[in-house]
Design a protein around this ligand. Structure first.
Ligand code: BYC
Length: 485
C-alpha cells in the first residue's frame, strides 16, 4: 500500500494498482487482468514511437486533496496504469433531472443501461485515440521538457482509458467486456475502424497542432468530464472527478505551449520591427497568420465535439440523470428544466428561400449541447486574451481571435453551410476561393513541419518556441526530464 495524507490510498502491490478493492472481486480482477496484456500490446504498437529509457513522470498514488501524485523517472512500459475513483460520499444525492433528490446510484439502472454504456464508450474511445494521434511527436520534440510533457499526457490518457474500461467491465457484464475490446480495435484515422468522434481521426503531425489540441480538444474533455461528474451513476461521477484532476496538467501544456509559440513570434516581430509573415517564417518562427489558422481549425473541430445545437439525446441524458450541466450545483433554477426555454445558435429563415445566422428559441433540455458549448467558448476566450496580452506587451497591434460558431462546422445546424470566421454566410464558391486564408494550407503545414527539428539535448530549446517560465514539480528547465535510449 502506498499511503499519503488526505485520501484513499492506491494499492500498488496488485498487478493492476487500484483503490477499488479489486482483490475482493476475483472475477472482475481476472477479467481486467486478461484485458491488461491487450492494452500493453496496443501501447507498444500505437503508443509513443520514440524509444526512451525513462521519463520523469507523475504517477497517481492517492485521490485525496494533498499528495495525490508521485514524481520519478520510470520506463514508460513499466508505468503503473491503475484504477482510481475519487472518495465516495455516502450521502450523495442526485442533483438534477427526474430523479433529483434521490440517492445516487451505485449500480446501473436497467432502463438506462444502453445510454450509459454509449456515454462511457464515446468517452473511452477518445482517450486512446489521442495517444495514437500523438504517437510520432516525440521524434520532433522542441526540448526534453516538452517531450516529458507529451509522454505525461500520453500515459494519463492511457489511464483514462483504464478508467472507462473498469466501469465497462465492472457494471456492464459481457457487452461491457466486448466494448472494452473494441476500444483497442478502433484506431485514429483508420479506414475500416475509425475512432467515433471526428476530431479524433485528424492528424496531430506537429507541435503547434499538439499545443492547439491540448488547448482546445482536451478542453472539450474537461467540459464533458465535468458534466459526467454530475452523473447520478456514482462510480462514473467519482471516476470523472479524479480524471479532471489529471486533466488540469493537459490544459497547462496547451495553454503555456501556445503562450510560448506566440511569445517567440512576438519577440521576433518586435526585435526586427516587422509584421511580414514571410520574414517571420524566414527567421524560423511561426507567423501570427499561421497561428490564427491553426487556432481556427482546432477550435472549430472541437466545437463539433459538443454534438448538435439541439439534441434529443442530450435532453434524455439530462432528464434521466446521466449527464448534467457544467457546474450543475451552481445553477439557480429547478435542475429539471421541463418548463424552460433557451436561445440556441440557428439558421433562420430570411425570406425568399434564404437563410441567415441567428438564434432560435428551443426547450432548455434540447439546447443543453449549446449550453455546454457556450461555457466552453467562454473558457477558450480566456486563452485568447492571454495570448493577446503577450502581443500587447511586445508592443504589437495584431490580435488573435476565436472564429464564429458557424465557421468550418461539420456537426450540427451549421454543417450544411459555409461561413467566414466573422460569421458571414458564404456560397460554396466564395468559401472555396477564401478558405485558404482561414485554415492551414499545405504551404503553412510544410513551413510548420520544417521547423520541427528535434532538440533532445538537456537545457536546449528549438528556435520557434520560447522556453517555459518554470519546470515540472519545481525542477529547472534544464533538468534531465527524459533519458533517451
Ligand atoms: N463526430 O444528438 P447529437 C476527451 C453523432 S473529449 C461524429 O447532437 P449528442 C479527450 C452522435 O453520436 C470528450 N459523430 O449528439 C480530449 C449522434 O449519433 P446517433 C469526449 C458525432 O449525443 C482530448 C448524432 O451525431 N467525451 O475526453 O447530443 C484527449 C446526432 O448528434 C459527433 C464525450 O463526448 C462528432 N463530433 O452529443 C483525450 C462525452 N457529434 O446517436 C480525451 C460523451 C455527434 O444519431 N458523449 N455525433 O447515431 C456525449 O455526451 C455525446 O454523445 C456527444 C454528442 C456530446 C459526443
Amino acid at each position: 500500500m502506498t499511503t499519503a495524507p488526505g485520501g484513499t490510498a492506491a494499492d500498488y502491490s496488485e498487478k493492476i494498482p487500484n483503490n477499488v478493492d479489486l482483490h475482493e472481486d476475483r472475477r472482475l480482477q481476472r477479467a481486467l487482468e486478461s484485458w491488461q496484456p491487450n492494452f500493453l500490446s496496443w501501447w507498444q504498437e500505437m503508443g509513443p514511437a520514440l524509444p526512451a529509457r525513462d521519463v520523469y513522470l507523475r504517477t497517481a498514488v492517492n485521490v485525496g486533496r494533498e499528495g495525490w501524485a508521485h514524481f520519478g523517472h520510470v520506463a514508460m512500459r513499466d508505468y503503473r496504469w491503475g484504477i482510481f475513483l475519487a472518495e465516495r460520499d455516502p450521502g450523495r444525492l442526485i442533483g438534477f433531472g427526474q430523479h433529483k433528490g434521490e440517492p445516487a446510484w451505485q449500480q446501473v439502472p436497467g432502463e438506462y443501461r444502453s445510454e450509459l454504456r454509449r456515454l462511457l464508450v464515446i468517452q473511452g474511445d477518445t482517450e486512446p485515440a489521442s495517444v495514437e494521434q500523438q504517437r510520432n511527436l516525440g521524434a520532433t520534440a522542441p526540448s526534453l521538457y516538452d517531450l516529458r510533457n507529451l509522454f505525461q499526457v500520453n500515459v494519463e490518457e492511457g489511464r483514462h482509458l483504464w478508467a472507462m474500461v473498469y466501469l465497462l467491465h465492472a457494471y456492464f457484464g459481457r457487452d461491457g467486456r466486448e466494448e472494452a475490446e473494441d476500444l483497442l480495435r478502433r484506431n485514429s484515422g483508420s479506414a475500416d475502424a475509425p475512432r467515433i468522434l471526428g476530431a479524433f481521426n485528424e492528424e496531430t503531425p506537429d507541435w503547434l497542432s499538439f499545443f492547439m489540441f491540448t488547448y482546445f480538444t482536451d478542453r472539450d474533455g474537461k467540459y464533458q468530464l465535468g458534466t459526467l461528474k454530475e452523473s447520478a451513476f456514482d462510480p462514473l461521477s467519482r471516476t470523472c472527478e479524479f480524471m479532471l484532476k489529471e486533466e488540469a496538467h493537459h490544459m497547462m501544456v496547451g495553454t503555456t505551449g501556445v503562450d510560448r509559440v506566440v511569445e517567440r513570434t512576438a519577440r521576433l516581430m518586435a526585435e526586427n520591427d516587422t509584421a511580414d509573415a514571410a520574414e517571420v517564417a524566414a527567421r524560423g518562427a511561426i507567423p501570427l497568420e499561421m497561428i490564427q489558422k491553426y487556432l481556427n481549425f482546432h477550435y472549430s473541430v472541437s466545437l463539433d465535439l459538443f454534438g448538435g445545437e439541439t439534441s434529443t439525446n442530450v435532453a434524455n441524458y439530462y432528464t434521466a440523470g446521466l449527464k448534467g450541466r457544467w457546474l450543475e450545483g451552481r445553477r439557480k433554477d429547478d435542475h429539471k428544466l421541463t418548463d424552460d426555454g433557451m436561445f440556441v445558435d440557428a439558421l433562420v429563415d430570411a425570406g425568399e428561400g434564404k437563410h441567415s445566422i441567428g438564434q432560435a428559441e428551443v426547450s432548455a433540455l434540447t439546447g443543453l449541447n449549446t449550453d455546454l458549448r457556450r461555457e466552453y467558448t467562454a473558457d477558450c476566450q480566456s486563452g485568447v486574451n492571454r495570448w493577446n496580452k503577450i502581443l500587447a506587451e511586445a508592443g504589437l497591434p495584431q490580435r488573435l481571435r476565436l472564429p464564429h460558431v458557424a465557421f468550418n462546422r461539420k456537426v450540427g445546424v451549421f454543417a450544411g453551410i459555409e461561413a467566414s470566421p466573422e460569421g458571414e454566410l458564404l456560397s460554396v464558391s466564395a468559401w472555396a476561393a477564401r478558405s485558404a486564408q482561414w485554415l492551414p494550407t499545405d504551404v503553412d503545414k510544410t513551413h510548420v513541419r520544417s521547423l520541427m527539428q528535434p532538440v533532445h539535448e538537456r537545457g536546449k530549446i528549438a528556435a520557434w518556441i520560447a522556453p517555459p517560465r518554470s519546470g515540472i514539480n519545481g525542477k529547472p528547465f534544464d533538468y534531465e526530464y527524459v533519458h533517451l535510449s
